[in-house]
Design a protein around this ligand. Sequence first.
Ligand code: ADP
Length: 241
Amino acid sequence: MSIQLHQISKRFGPTVVCEGVDLHIPAGEMVALLGPSGSGKTTLLRIMAGLEEPDAGRVFMHGEDATEAPVQERRVGFVFQHYALFNHLSVRDNVAFGLRVQPRAQRPSEAQIRRRVDELLERVQLGALAGRHPNQLSGGQRQRVALARALAVQPKVLLLDEPFGALDAQVRKELRRWLRRLHEDMHVTSVFVTHDQEEAMEVADRIVVMNKGRIEQEGRPQELYDRPASPFVLQFLGDAQ
Ligand code: ADP
């Protein structure tokens, strides 16, 4: 499902967090929102999710105005930096959770849930750990469970907010490659917030560089690298080398 932002603005008290943001994310793309801390990335993601309302501007999902649509109607899946898994549930039940709380009319049967969960756990290579609890897993494994859980409800859009931010460098590297492969497999439209240039370069089809609530430049990783539009972009991407 495509996402289109039209002239989005948002302030918190006197702080302007997003200003006149126009952005089009075609269906099936993986886009990174890249920028320093405080540049408005998370706020923009939350506006796409329907967790935050913009002061001005419109959000279109699949061409339809979704600005006022509540989060449950947007078919979005989330993965946050801090896992937010249920510690009292097994890995399998964590992944099944979103399916079991669906309204009865949409809810798959237990046998279907079981099948879908097992298939997802294979995809994220956690089949062998399905019976474990989150506190028996490493940080990287927990984030893979969080991803499987987000994907279980077959979202049209996947929103990831610094999903690997709390992990050490080696694990981050592995998960990046792995996320990229998963995306090539499933092609769910995905928006990925990061302040890590290398991460954006490696994972995203397209990078949106943010600075002080505005889009500084957007393009394919190589385009940005070859033709930075401003000293800010040059310096910011330069840090990755
Ligand atoms: P980023 O994700 O790029 O770090 P954020 O979108 O989280 O940026 O935040 C941008 C600015 O908005 C920051 O200055 C932050 O303090 C402020 N901000 C974010 N959310 C709130 C809020 N709920 N109330 C007040 N200020 C906020």
